[in-house]
Every structure is written in C-alpha cells, then in structure tokens.
Design a protein around this ligand. Structure first.
Ligand SMILES: [Zn+2]
Length: 413
C-alpha cells in the first residue's frame, strides 16, 4: 500500500520544472506556486499544486496531513556534486602558513599539503574514515544538502584507495543523504611510489578499476590535471581504460593552468570542475559541449584566488553547477549555500542560476535525473526555509538555514 502525505500550505514553492540544463537564467524564469502543497507518494512527489486544491481532490487517498504554520519557501534538496569529505586529520597549519605568505613548496617542505592529508588518512582505520564521512554528511544534510558526491584520493595506493572507497560505501546506508562515490586515485603522484606518473596510473587502472566494479565501489573516475599532478598525455590512456570499462569521467580542470578542460571535452566528461584559470578559449569549448562546468567557490575563498568565470560560461551558453569542494586543504568551510551566495555576488549570478547550480544542474553531473526539481515523479527531496520569498535565501548568504529537510519523502531534519 502506498503511503501518501500532503504538506502545506507553503507560501512559495519553487519548482525549477522544465528549466534548461544550459545557459543563463533570469529570475523571472523561476516558476512558483503560491500557498502550495506537495503530495508525496512513498519516496516521490505525486503532485504539486495549491494546498487547497490538493486537499480538496485527494481525500480518497487519505494522505497524512502535515499542516504548516507561518511562512515557508520550498526548494529542491541541494546537490553537492564535488566533495572530499572522507579524510583524516586537519590542515589548519597549512591555512595559517599560507596566510602568512608561505608558498606551496614551503608548506610542503614543512610537512603540509596534500601529502599531510594522505599520511593522516592512511593512519586512520576504515571505520574512522566511515565515521568522519558520516559526521560531515550529516552536517551537510542539516543545511539542506540531500545528495553528496564523495571522492577518494587521499589513499594513493591500491590498498589505501580501496580502503577509502569501502569506508564511503560503509557510510552510505548510515546516512539519510545519498552519497555518490568517485575514485580520485589520480590526485597526485604519491611520494612513495616507485615509478613515474604513467606507471602509477597503469597500476591503478589495472588493480583498482576491476575491484571498483566487483564491489560496486564507484562508477566515476576523476583526475587532477595540472602541472604538479597529471598531464593531459599521461591521463589519456588512464581515461581510455576507464571509458572502455564503462566508468563516467569527471575532471579537476584548469585550476591553476589550462588543458584540463580540453581533456574533459576529449572524453565527453560529465563535468569539468574548478576552471578558475579558464580563458575564452576553454570557456567556448565547454559552452559548446554538454559538459557541466562546476564552480567551486569554497576553493577560491580558501586559497584567496579568482572565482570560476561562471558568468561568462553561462553567457556563452554553458551549464554551470556549484559545489563545495569540501576538503581539508583548500576548502575547509563546507557550506554550499554560503559559498553559492558569495559566488553570486562576485560573478553576478541570478538567484535562478544559483539555485539551478546547486540542484538539477549539479544532479545532471552525477547522472541523477530523478532529483533537483519539484514536480511529479521526482524524488521528494526538498527544503523548507522559514521565509516568505526565495530571494531571502541567497540574500542571507548562508545564514538562513532550512527549518525542515525532507529526503525520499521523509522529514530528516
Ligand atoms: Zn576537488
């Protein structure tokens, strides 16, 4: 027997229904329903309409009535399509050294940098990593993030990468949010690997990829394409192998130098993330593809660097998602809503573009077409903000938080 719930009245419900994947969006394009209701059937949305209409026409279904008192705005549950929340240790010292003017190399020499997190993550047990991931996912859920991508990439050996991905898999049934794992073994060349970049990637593709399939640990392969990480040339056979085996490709692209977005286009990646260094050439390339460009304002804020040129990408006709990049080094904040709001002020993005960037456009990069909009058939993942108008949400720059979070038709906060 299906279980029906009817929730309302909601002062303003933002559906995002039928908005396009690509291109600029004006706020006037946001369709909304005033004094709305959401009829939920099990995990999905059965109907959205005015609360009065739903109440009058659904009596035979005998829905459980959840009557709201006061002003609420409903928006889809947020999707964070790029995080590194499975890690051990802290990099507070790096942050202090960087702000004191130390260079990347000086910080690395002092024992900081990604290698520090690799050391701390390797020291942590699989169970500890699971608990760390659960704690961060639950913090995200409380701020309305109902779907969270999580990368490996701090293990950097066959066994340690698998340990991370198994920890993420163990965390998945223990959290209400959906966790979507990605293998980022191609993060940097590990210091202790006996061989070059190509040999390392060959070992990972040969020994890790088949186990990812066997144990259902990840269906997405990511690589950090950068001078001090992996080059276009060296990553090509790695991605070819991944594609042959049916993995989706995503890329850390153009963060400090360009070439990553070219690789993303060459492999028809689901997303190209970062893009702070992209020039007009890369922007045109991405805008003419179906690749979603993912802005990571948390990394720009953490490093004091330029933001992703989201305005230009949207105006060129591209798709832009916004993700937190939550990680212990460059983006420790882990507050998607606050970061999206800040990106909005610097890049002059409309509320519609910000909202699309953390809902259906982000979901598209994870190949999840069942969420990110509030319409019939979509998952009943939504947030209720205690306010009367959607503009209030980004205006408060992350300080207005949802009073209710619903995931799969169930209230979880
Ligand atoms: Zn990242």
């Amino acid at each position: 027997m299906a279980v029906y719930k009817l929730i309302g009245p909601i002062t303003q419900l933002i559906t995002l229904d039928k908005l396009p994947l690509k291109g600029a969006l004006k706020d006037e394009s946001l369709s909304s329903i005033a004094q709305a209701g959401i009829l939920i059937k099990d995990e999905h949305i059965e109907r959205v309409d005015t609360y009065e209409t739903l109440k009058a026409t659904t009596t035979t279904l005998q829905p459980e009535l959840i009557e709201l008192d006061g002003d609420y705005v409903a928006v889809p549950g947020f999707v964070d399509s790029h995080t590194h929340i499975c890690f051990g240790g802290s990099r507070a010292n790096d942050y202090a050294m960087r702000n004191a003017g130390k260079t990347y190399l000086e910080i690395a020499k002092a024992g900081g940098g990604i290698w520090d997190t690799v050391t701390q993550t390797r020291k942590a047990s699989q169970e500890t990593l699971t608990q760390n991931t659960i704690a961060r996912a639950n913090r995200h859920l409380a701020s309305g993030v109902t779907t969270i991508e999580v990368k490996s990439g701090y293990g950097l050996s066959v066994d340690e990468e698998l340990k991370m991905l198994r920890a993420i898999k163990d965390a998945t049934p223990q959290v209400e949010a959906d966790l979507i794992p990605t293998c980022l073994a191609a993060h940097i060349l590990p210091k202790d690997f006996d061989g070059d970049h190509a040999a390392y990637l060959a070992e990972i593709s040969e020994k890790v990829f088949p186990i990812l399939k066997e144990e259902n640990l990840a269906n997405r392969i990511d690589a950090f394409i950068e001078e001090e990480a992996f080059s276009n040339e060296v990553v090509t056979p790695y991605f070819e192998k991944a594609q042959e085996m049916g993995f989706d490709i995503t890329v850390h692209a153009d963060q400090f130098s360009t070439s990553g977005s070219e690789v993303a286009v060459k492999f028809n990646a689901v997303s190209a993330d970062h893009l702070e260094a992209s020039t007009e050439k890369e922007i045109a390339l991405l805008a003419h593809s179906d690749i979603v460009s993912t802005a990571l304002p948390g990394a720009s804020i953490g490093l004091g660097c330029a933001f992703t040129p989201a305005r230009q990408i949207l105006d060129a006709g591209g798709a832009v998602a916004i993700a937190s990049d939550w990680n212990p080094g460059s983006a420790p904040m882990g507050d998607l809503l606050m970061q999206a709001a800040i990106l909005g002020t610097f890049q002059k993005l409309s509320n519609a573009e910000l909202l699309a960037g953390i809902t259906y456009r982000a979901a598209y990069t994870l190949k999840l077409d069942d969420r990110g909009r509030l319409a019939q058939g979509y998952l009943a993942d939504f947030n209720l903000f205690p306010t009367h108008h959607v503009n209030e949400i980004f205006y408060h720059q992350g300080k207005l938080t949802p009073q209710q979070v619903w995931k799969n038709g169930k209230r979880v906060q």
